[in-house]
Every structure is written in C-alpha cells, then in structure tokens.
Design a protein around this ligand. Structure first.
Ligand code: TYD
Ligand code: MG
Length: 458
C-alpha cells in the first residue's frame, strides 16, 4: 500500500502545498494553512471518483425539469427551501448552539418519515437523549432509524443496508473518516466527509440534511468552501433569549434566498408563527416617542416590524451610535441625513436603534422608519398611532421608491391598517375604502405628516 503523505491545505481557498506557509501563496490569507494527511488512492478517494460521461442537458425521455420536493410538515421551513426539500439535495443548517437545529430536524423527521425512510445519525447526543427529545416532540413512535456511530464508513454501510431516502447528520463536525488521521472536526475531515456524502446524494438520490456548527464569526465552522459544495445553506438566527427564531437561506440552488421562516421555541419544540406581523408588533408601546412601524418585504411576504430609536445627550466627547437588527453604518448615514436635511442637532447625541423581536432588517425600505423613530425620540413627539411607513432615504433626504409597494399596502390592509406614509413615486393607483396614503417627496414632509405635536416631557 502506498504511504500517506502530509500536506498543508488552506482553509480559505483550498490551496495545497507540501510545505507550510504562514501566508497562503494563493489567496494571501494568514494562518490558514493546516496540516493534513493526504491519501494516495484509498477507497475514500476512489468513492468520490465518478465515471466521466457527458450527457445532454435533457436526455430523451427525461422528465421535464423537475425536482421532486419533500414536505417537512412545517410550512415556514418548506417556504425557506422554496417549497419543500428537493430530493437528492444536500442542505447545511447552521446556527448558534442551543438555537434549535437538532429540534427542528427531528420535527421535520416526523413528516418525512411518513413517506420516506429516514435515518438520523447523531454524534452529539446519546440514544436516550434523542428518545427523550422525540418524546417531548411527540414523535417517539415514528419509524425513524437512529444511528449514534459517526464513522463515515459505518454510516455508509448502514445507508447501504437500510437504503434510506433522507439522512440527517447531526453534526457534520462530528462525522469522521477513520481512513484519515486528522481528528473529527478538522478541516480535511469535514471536507472529505461532505464530499463523500454529496457523491452519495447525487448517485443514490438521498436527501441529506446536515447540521453545521458555527464559528465565532457566525459562519459554518470548517473549510470556507463547505458552503460552495452543498446545494442549500440555511442559517438559524435569533438569540436564545429572544422569542423568535428565524431560518434564512444563505444559498439555495433550488429557490430564492429571500424567504424566511419564523418560529417560536415552546414546550413541545419549535412552533411556526402563524401571523408574524401581528406577533412582532403586538407589544409596542402606545403614545411613546421613538417607535415606528415599517412594512418590509421578506422574500415574497410583507412583514411588519417595529423600529425603535433612543437619542439622548452624550456624556462623552464622541457620541455613541449603537444598533441591533439593522446595519450600524446605515443608521449612522441616516442620522447624518437627518442632521443635514431636517436640521436636527445630533452631533452631541448618543443614538441607539433597535428592531424588536430579534428581526434583522436588510431592506433599504426600512430607512424611513429609522429616520422617523430618531426624529420622534429627538423631539419627543410620538409617531402617529398605527401609521405604517416604508421608503428608502437618499443622501439628499429624498424618499426613493421601493419594490412591491402595492403588495405591502394590500397586506397591511388585510391586517387592519389603513394609514400609510410612503415615497411619492409609490403612490398606488387604487386603495381600499377607508385607506389613507400619504405619498411624500422627502424626509421633511414625512416628519410633518408622521409626528404628533410635541408631547410633554416626563
Ligand atoms: P437544540 O435543538 O438541542 O439546539 P441545537 O441543536 O441547535 O444546539 O435545542 C435546544 C434548546 O431548545 C434547548 O436549550 C432546550 C430548548 N427546547 C425547548 O425549549 N423546548 C423543546 O421542546 C425542546 C425539544 C428544546
Ligand atoms: Mg444539537
């Protein structure tokens, strides 16, 4: 048998060299070259190798286009996948410890096991722990196969014997191949194991759901290219202490990456939040300055969220600017626009901005809400009750049009809201009876419409 050789592999770009470098010669990253044992031509490598054969994009008799999708039984999760998990695809689900990755996959097993054979491989918990959790989730009698051995060839053997349709691996970091000398969780282990699973998925049409740990930067631990290798990457977001947990697709070969799924952790696992808009703004304070409701689009779905701002006199030379749930640079820019175009003196004020419920707003349509919440807090004038706003703010203080304005208004009308403040260019042609739309050109006009007369400072 040929001897194994040692090689150094960059975790960023995959560059391989027999010598160690502090700086990767290929991508110039520092400290990313890791020692690895390279197999000469073992069974592991051979398994990845596939016969070379070119085929037409669409062979004769091949079904038209279409992937078969499996429902997870949770509409919110199916939506993120783009209408269910595609058969034969490989999905990576990342997220903080304790956020609910194992819980949601076990819950998905309930429905999946009704129509498919499901194998749940875990290296994180014992059989007993899994059984207890399954009991808590009410699925201990589902025909889900459980495997607590995470050695790759053992997993492959079980797959060979049981021929499951869906395999959950919890987690990819605990999976290892005994043919490689690196420890479980090492970059080479993760890369090679994932490669072999992908080969299995593609040749045998097995659907893989992989749990991935995340590192302190928030991306999935392991080689950077892990996300390139798989078909779908989902992230579970939200704080353990916050009510809502959000699943978002970072990559999806079979659907859009805009959709999000909203869940709430309960006694019996994760519950889908039926009406997220109502839930997200239900606790908002009334007649209090510094709060504004925005309608953002999360994928195809309009969602209401509460943006809060608190401005107070700074006790330091440099004012503090903090924001949660919305990009800090964007907030700083909007405060500068407010100062320059609407005459607020903010240079000596600390500013805090927050999106309620752990939601993260990325759409520029939330700009107007930040501006109004900040102005409202600064002047101590509450925003008009039940006014829904959206609009992008430009550097001249102008309001710029957003996409799907009509859909946003229609959804809010459905939820019982009837007053809107939006960019002039987005004025809808028709609105429902009783609906008032204020379409304005810039933030000065918007402030005039939105803010109530000055309240008494308490
Ligand atoms: P878990 O799925 O183990 O997280 P991960 O796999 O992402 O590390 O979920 C863990 C948390 O959820 C744990 O702190 C307990 C809590 N939990 C509930 O509140 N209710 C439940 O029904 C279950 C199963 C878990
Ligand atoms: Mg877990």
């Amino acid at each position: 048998m040929a001897k194994n050789r040692t090689s150094y592999v960059c975790s960023e770009c995959g560059y391989e060299h027999p010598k160690w470098y502090g700086k990767c010669p290929a991508c110039s990253s520092f400290g990313t070259m890791n020692e690895e044992v390279v197999l000469p031509e073992g069974p592991g490598r051979a398994a990845v190798r596939r016969p070379a054969e070119a085929t037409l994009l669409m062979e004769e008799g091949e079904e038209r286009g279409d992937e078969i999708r499996l429902s997870t039984g949770m509409g919110e999760l199916d939506r993120v996948f783009g209408g269910g998990v595609v058969r034969g695809s490989v999905t990576l689900l990342g997220g903080d410890p304790g956020i609910g990755k194992s819980t949601i996959l076990l819950q998905a097993c309930r429905r999946l096991s009704q129509s498919s054979r499901v194998l749940y491989v875990t290296g994180e918990e014992s059989r007993r722990q899994i059984r207890l959790r399954a009991k808590r989730l009410g699925l201990e009698y589902q025909p889900v196969l459980l495997l607590t051995n995470t050695e790759l060839s053992a997993v492959e053997q079980v797959i060979e014997r049981e021929s499951p349709d869906v395999v959950v691996i919890d987690s990819i970091q605990t999976l290892y191949s005994a043919e490689l000398s690196a420890l479980p969780g090492a970059i080479g282990q993760i890369r090679d194991c994932t490669n072999r699973l992908i080969a299995l998925a593609k040749t045998r049409e097995i659907t893989f759901l992989l749990v991935g740990h995340i590192n302190k930067e928030g991306s999935i631990a392991g080689p950077k290219m892990l996300e390139h290798m798989v078909d779908t990457v989902l992230y579970f977001e939200g704080d353990q202490n916050l009510t809502y947990r959000i699943i978002r697709a970072a990559k999806n070969r079979f659907g859009s990456t805009n959709e999000i799924g909203i869940f709430e952790m309960g006694e019996q696992g994760l519950l889908e939040v039926e009406n997220p808009s109502a839930a997200l703004i239900s606790d908002r304070p009334r007649h209090v300055p510094g709060s504004c409701i925005v309608c953002v689009m999360e994928g195809t779905r309009p969602l209401l969220a509460e943006v809060q701002a608190l401005l107070s006199d700074s006790s330091y030379g440099t004012p503090r600017r903090m924001s949660t749930g919305i990009d800090g640079n964007r907030v700083a820019m909007l405060l500068a626009v407010l100062e320059k175009r609407a005459g607020l003196r903010l240079s000596g004020a600390d500013a805090y901005c927050n999106v309620v419920g752990g939601l993260r707003l990325i759409e520029p349509a939330s700009d107007l809400a930040v501006v109004l919440a900040a102005a409202s807090s600064h002047w101590y004038r509450p925003v008009e009750e039940d006014l829904i706003v959206f609009g992008e703010v430009g550097l001249s203080g102008e309001l710029r049009s957003v996409r799907n304005a009509a859909a946003r208004i229609a959804e809010c009308e459905r939820l019982g809201y009837s007053r809107f403040l939006i960019p002039g260019a987005d004025r809808p042609k028709t609105v429902g009876p009783g609906t008032t739309v204020y379409a304005v050109k810039n933030i000065v006009e918007a402030i005039e419409v939105a803010l109530q007369p000055k309240g008494v400072r308490t």
